[in-house]
Design a protein around this ligand. Structure first.
Ligand code: GDP
Length: 374
């Protein structure tokens, strides 16, 4: 009997009929085996962004947000290449305490804008990320309709890092979004002070959302924030709340008249809006349009943007220098030692600072890595 003949009756013969199961369920396998993304050059990223490729835009933003210095270098190159194509948008800052109705408002006005053919990018600066790494703004259930809208791009706040660092990343993200063709940019933040200043210094129009009937203190609204606002909107002006909203609007109008005139020569308007009823939104959009028209004709629009660019350059220098100083391994050790001496009263704060600065300038003042991230 030859070998083939013999195999026929062997106990080792495999009967046909049942396919052996794969070693790993293919659906799960897809989840576990991640394809390595091909490395792209800054030119590839830029080309994709200018063509409006969302995936590449998102990946470039991830580079901006990354703490790795190689990513930072690529991100900076992409930003430089996109810069000549940025700037052609209306940049609007939106602030107000949690619960005032920011996300409902953005969702309501955002869907109106995209239905009119606008391309809207919604960015955020979440000051809570600085301390806790947590988030006041960024839970995923917000703006559900807008998230699925092809005319809108929503990016939550960069997390972690100093507020200055987070804000810088949001501003750089804004530039890339503009290069990708977004003509309306919303930058959202919550009313807690410093983050407002950061948003104010990157937008053309700063909108403060307020609730009727809640005292100013309750809303955490500081006079400084009112002074920064280019417009106020009383939210939830619907149902039983209409009357109170109109009264609040009147009070704020009167209060704003007591403020010194704004640098751009505009008196901030106060409107009542309702995201639920979708009322007052068109009027608000028209008010923003009018404001932009006015500041463009009186030269303040360009002046403001130029000042903002300088501000961000200086801010970046400060962030990089501080980061280099405080994070250098040898400085970290020395700073701890000096802090202990200052706390024990053995060294004055001024002298302690002087000693640390002397040490820094004598040792580390060369070679600040421009890619080093904050
Ligand atoms: P955010 O924390 O500032 O983003 O506020 P949200 O948009 O999440 O709104 C807070 C609450 O106010 C939610 O329960 C909303 O349903 C409600 N809300 C938002 N906009 C309106 C509105 O126009 N009218 C009414 N009646 N309620 C609203």
């Amino acid at each position: 009997m030859d070998v083939a003949e013999k195999g026929k009756d062997s106990a080792l013969k495999v009967n046909s009929g049942i396919d052996p199961p794969p070693s790993l369920d293919p659906v799960s396998a897809k989840r576990f085996i991640r394809k390595k993304k091909p490395a792209l050059s800054p030119d590839d990223f830029t080309k994709g962004i200018l063509e409006g490729n969302r995936t590449l835009l998102s990946r470039a933003i991830t580079m901006i947000e990354s703490h790795r210095s190689d990513h930072q270098k690529i991100a900076q190159e992409i930003i430089s290449k996109c810069l000549p194509h940025s700037g052609r948008s209306v940049r609007i800052g939106i602030t107000g305490v949690p619960g005032v109705g920011k996300s409902s408002f953005i969702e309501a006005i955002g869907t109106q804008l995209t239905s009119q053919g606008h391309k809207l990018a919604v960015l955020a600066i979440d000051p809570s990320s600085e301390r806790s790494g947590g988030s006041i703004l960024g839970d995923k259930t917000r703006m559900e309709t807008l998230s699925g809208d092809p005319g809108a791009f929503i990016r939550p706040s960069p997390s972690a890092g100093s507020l200055g660092g987070v804000a810088r990343k949001t501003r750089e993200t804004m530039l890339l979004c503009e290069a990708a063709g977004f003509d309306v940019i919303f930058v959202e933040t919550v009313g807690v002070g410093q983050s407002e200043t950061a948003v104010h210094s990157m937008v053309d129009f700063f909108l403060l959302l307020m609730l009727a009937g809640a005292g100013d203190e309750l809303q955490g609204i500081k006079r400084g924030i009112m002074e920064m606002a280019d417009g106020l909107a009383i939210t939830k002006a619907d149902g039983d709340n209409i009357h109170a909203s109109n009264r609040a609007a009147l009070e704020y109008r009167n209060a704003l008249h007591l403020f010194p005139p704004t640098e751009n020569g505009q008196v901030p308007k106060v409107l009542c809006i309702s995201a639920r009823e979708k009322s007052g939104l068109e009027e608000l959009w028209a008010t923003i349009g009018e404001f932009i028209h006015q500041v463009k004709s009186n030269g303040h629009f360009d002046k403001n943007r130029m000042n903002q660019s300088n501000h961000w350059m200086n801010q970046t220098i400060q962030d990089q220098l501080l980061g280099h100083f405080f994070r250098h391994p040898q400085m970290v050790h020395q700073i701890k030692k000096t802090e202990a001496l200052v706390q024990q009263g053995k060294l004055s704060s001024f002298k302690g600072a002087g000693q640390l600065l002397d040490l820094y300038f004598s040792k580390f003042n060369s070679g600040v890595d421009p890619g080093e991230n904050i």
